[in-house]
Design a binder for this molecule. Sequence first.
Ligand SMILES: Nc1ncnc2c1ncn2[C@@H]1O[C@H](COP(=O)(O)OP(=O)(O)OP(=O)(O)O)[C@@H](O)[C@H]1O
Ligand SMILES: [Mg+2]
Length: 346
Amino acid sequence: MSRTGGPGGAAGVGAGEDGAPPARPGFGIRRPEGATGDEAEAAALSAAPALPQLPPDELIDPDEERRRSNLDDILGRLDAELVGLEPVKTRIREIAALLLVDRMRRRFGLDAPRPTLHMSFTGSPGTGKTTVAVRMAELLHGLGYLTRGHLVAVTRDDLVGQYVGHTAPKTKEVLKRAMGGVLFIDEAYYLYRVENERDYGQESIEILLQVMENQREDLVVILAGYKDRMDTFFSANPGMSSRIAHHIDFPDYSVTELATIGGLMLGQAGYRLSPGAVEVFEDYLRRRKDQARFANARSVRNALERARLRHAGRVLGAGRPLGRDDLVTLEAEDFLASRVFAGPEP
Ligand SMILES: Nc1ncnc2c1ncn2[C@@H]1O[C@H](COP(=O)(O)OP(=O)(O)OP(=O)(O)O)[C@@H](O)[C@H]1O
Ligand SMILES: [Mg+2]
């Protein structure tokens, strides 16, 4: 059972995927052409371009550094465009602070090893994992941790082959595409099959582990999926667990948060709810939350798409000239026609 993707479900999302410089060949330590030994090691130590060095008695303005890295812009958009998710936002701010200080230290020639930033994002469907991963990639790019800042989203089918000898090239090809950005592995636990230890998924895990081990790589791996299954996966693969620096849990949204998310989505699409529809929409969310295949913010998006369909049918069927208000206002009946209201009140 796979919620996303299928064969070929790999998707490049976010900044840098188009028009970005091609990923460097190979996925070992990045060796600048012609450089060998220590020289290459030193160059590979940091993905960030060399910053102008400061004398030891100089002072750095942290606000200036924040501006340069676009940090406030990215964090501000995160706050404005993503409802709730407080624990997630807090952790992102902490990671940002760490990297900002790291950048400032490097200006004084204080070279510390790159912090490990592989992560796991656990939570139910539609809680914002993919969306936050895209933002994380942007942030890490802005702070100079990643050179490209794009996101490559894959599932097991993109990494694991069907036959002997197919898995390693598939996994390496994906890693090559993700270099300089974030490799987002959705439902990562499908890489490991308890019942079959000769499953090709194991081969893919081992290649991933090698790359994740090497902290000098210009890559962040994010494993995503349901919390309970991810916990089982980590207990069966302690090597993977120990390479994850941040385990971030995405809580389910409350009805109020879902309604606010709906409001944001409507605003972005140029629609609004009539006063009567506001109440009905909340009622809809309360009922939908307890039904099968509820997928948090994604269910909100789907509900609004369907309400838009009903709205279109309704206004066209009205048999009168239509004003701006008619075209932007969703009414209670656009929601009440949903099957969600067919059952008894929860
Ligand atoms: N906190 C939020 N505020 C506003 N919109 C949100 C929020 N969380 C998710 N969304 C929106 O909901 C949709 C689903 O989010 P996303 O794809 O990131 O969830 P997911 O956790 O990756 O889901 P899945 O596990 O099914 O892949 C997206 O359109 C996203 O923009
Ligand atoms: Mg997702």
